[in-house]
Unconditional design. Structure first.
Length: 193
């Protein structure tokens, strides 16, 4: 089965001024699309030809197949982690889980921002539910994906340079600060169930 580039869950210009339409055109339309195209080439006629994306991410050996499937999964998840009506403090179960794990929202925000801005090189910052049921902040390198470790992703922030370089150049902390204005807490609550 061939994978498809998912549609953005909002219009291409609706994340302004935090993320520009130009960034989304390149990030979604070029970068993410390239991962999907390459993934389809790699699975054609092979043992993963009819596998789900999650199956591939969980069981592929390190290398091109894992890189492209991981990037497809991560980016598909990232688009849903953003909303033009997002931001602010969380409500509902995710707010309770954050309070229990980190003490309060500001402590969580600081820890997550440090994971995102302090990550060396390309990768991702995540809020995940660990195997023991607690929520944790982690970062993964390159196409690293929490589902490979048995963790449930709740939210992610892409910290590859292509996520922010058009809008923020090399100022990753400014991009992460803007990302907080777009956090889709409804999506986070769905993932926590």
């Amino acid at each position: 089965m061939a994978f498809k580039l998912p549609e953005l869950p909002y219009s291409i210009d609706s994340l302004k001024p935090n993320i520009s339409a130009e960034t989304l055109e390149y990030h979604h339309g070029k970068h993410h699309n390239a991962y999907v195209t390459k993934l389809n080439e790699l699975i054609e006629g092979g043992k993963f030809a009819s596998a789900s994306l999650e199956e591939i991410v969980k069981s592929a050996e390190p290398g091109p197949l894992l890189n492209n499937s991981g990037q497809h999964f991560n980016h598909s998840f990232y688009w849903k982690s953003l909303s033009p009506k997002g931001g602010g403090a969380p409500k509902g179960p995710v707010a309770d889980a954050i309070k229990k794990a980190f003490g309060d929202f500001e402590a969580f925000k600081k820890k997550f921002s440090e994971a995102a801005t302090g990550h060396f090189g390309s990768g991702w910052a995540w809020l995940v539910r660990a195997k023991d049921g607690t929520v944790q902040v982690i970062s993964t390198h390159d196409a690293g994906c929490p589902i490979r470790e048995g963790q449930t992703p709740i939210l992610t922030c892409d910290v590859w340079e292509h996520a922010y370089y058009i809008d923020y150049r090399n100022a990753r902390p400014k991009y992460v600060e803007a990302w907080w204005n777009l956090v889709n807490w409804d999506f986070a609550n769905e993932n926590l169930k």
